[in-house]
Design a protein around this ligand. Structure first.
Ligand SMILES: [Zn+2]
Length: 117
């Protein structure tokens, strides 16, 4: 591996931020970068249909913690389950069209509780 700052003062061997020792000598427990996820069974996803300008209708899935869930992954699963396009916006999954039933089934399959409006 070539290091970007080879030969400069920044070219220090990687040291552990926890104990200051070289990473090879470090015995700290591995740092967990993964955010803590909330089990789906403990969450209620809210499903609603909203009208958008130009007569467009979207199914909005809300009520899920953006840090406690992999919402990007969830959006992909829901799009596949509903066979439609969609986006992730402000912590909510928006699916094009009224797909409350299919989205609800997909969410329940993943373990989420659901509330339909
Ligand atoms: Zn360490």
């Amino acid at each position: 591996m070539t290091r970007l700052f080879a030969g400069t003062p920044w070219d220090r061997p990687p040291a552990c931020e926890g104990c200051g020792r070289l990473e090879a000598e470090c015995t700290c427990p591995p740092k967990v970068d993964e955010p803590v996820r909330i089990p789906p069974e403990k969450q209620t996803a809210r499903l609603a249909v909203e009208k958008r300008p130009k007569g467009k209708v979207v199914t909005v899935v809300s009520g899920l913690d953006p840090d406690g869930n992999d919402l990007a992954d969830l959006a992909t699963r829901l799009k596949t389950a509903c066979g439609t396009g969609g986006t992730l916006k402000d912590g909510q999954v928006e699916l094009q069209g009224d797909h409350r039933d299919a989205a609800e089934r997909a969410l329940q399959k993943l373990g989420y509780k659901t509330k339909k409006r």
